[in-house]
Ligand binder design. Structure first.
Ligand code: KIV
Length: 279
């Protein structure tokens, strides 16, 4: 494992717990922020133990854990179940939980009620929602309850049926300008960070330089303040999904398949359990 020394992580290494203000200090110091998803206790523990700054209980659980084609079907109750498992596993990281589709778009009261459920029932540290100006009123209201909010712009998967494709967003002038304005609106409203998904690297860098809050990218290049990936994708559990922005750090698909194959072989061949593995 590559070693994270104080030179690479002067802010992160100096704290026991990551908070929103620690992330702000990281941005000010030019220290990159690391973020990965987790949806359960076992992997949440590993991610936290390895020293990640932020754990996202993403609504990508809808795809990764439940096998849905989109993030839309996952419910608030299911997000709370995933989040509470991750929270029990976490000692150091800041845990952000996605507000799922349908739990905040109705009105700002609904957005607040859903956020309170996530904070109270799961013990989360903050929530994330997708969108810019159209969710400003909801963010305002959530913030009045003292709940930190992370924004999400660019390719926002809950709007996949509006986009019609998972292709790179904001390549055209109009959408680019709207995104720059939305990032400013989110900052002024008081979000503590913004995720930028699948937009041109240059634009992402421009956004990161134009706001004082951390900007965390996925498929948004290297000029932002931090990076987020879906854990199962970067571990290579899922072989089918291989967008250009994904770097695989392991090939767990083959490792796990091989281990299970060996187990099946050992049982069938009566090699397992042996004398030392029984009472
Ligand atoms: O749900 C998720 O995993 C996300 C990331 C892709 C940022 O929102």
């Amino acid at each position: 494992m590559k070693k994270i020394d104080d030179k690479l992580s002067p802010v992160g290494n100096s704290v026991k717990k990551i908070t929103t203000s620690v992330l702000q200090q990281m941005k000010q110091n030019g220290e990159k922020i690391t973020m990965l998803t987790a949806y359960d206790f076992s992997l949440g523990s590993l991610v936290d133990h390895a020293g990640i700054d932020v754990i996202l209980v993403g609504d990508s659980a809808s795809n990764v854990m439940a096998g849905h084609e989109t993030t839309l079907p996952i419910t608030l109750d299911q997000m709370i179940y995933h989040a509470s498992s991750v929270i029990r596993a976490t000692k150091r990281a800041l845990v952000v939980v996605d507000l799922p589709f349908g739990s905040y778009q109705g009105n700002s009261k609904e957005a607040l009620t859903s956020s309170i459920r996530i904070m109270k029932e799961a013990g989360a540290h903050s929530v994330k929602l997708e969108g810019g100006r159209e969710v400003k009123e909801s963010i305002d209201r959530i913030l009045t309850a003292g709940i930190p909010v992370m924004g999400h712009l660019g390719l926002t998967p809950q709007s996949i049926y509006k986009f019609g494709t998972y292709a790179v967003r904001a390549k055209e002038e109009d959408e680019r300008n709207l995104l720059l304005e939305d990032a400013k609106i989110l900052e002024e409203t008081g979000v503590f960070a913004i995720v930028l998904e699948k937009i041109p690297a240059k634009l992402a860098g421009e956004v990161a330089r134009s706001v004082s809050i951390p900007v965390i990218g996925i498929g948004a290049g290297n000029e932002v303040d931090g990076q987020v990936l879906v854990l199962h994708d970067m571990l290579g559990i899922n072989k089918e999904f291989s967008p250009r922005f994904l770097r695989r750090y392991s090939n767990l698909h083959d490792t796990i398949t091989e281990a299970i194959g060996d187990y099946i072989y050992d049982v069938k061949s009566k090699d397992f359990p042996n004398e030392n593995e029984q009472y």
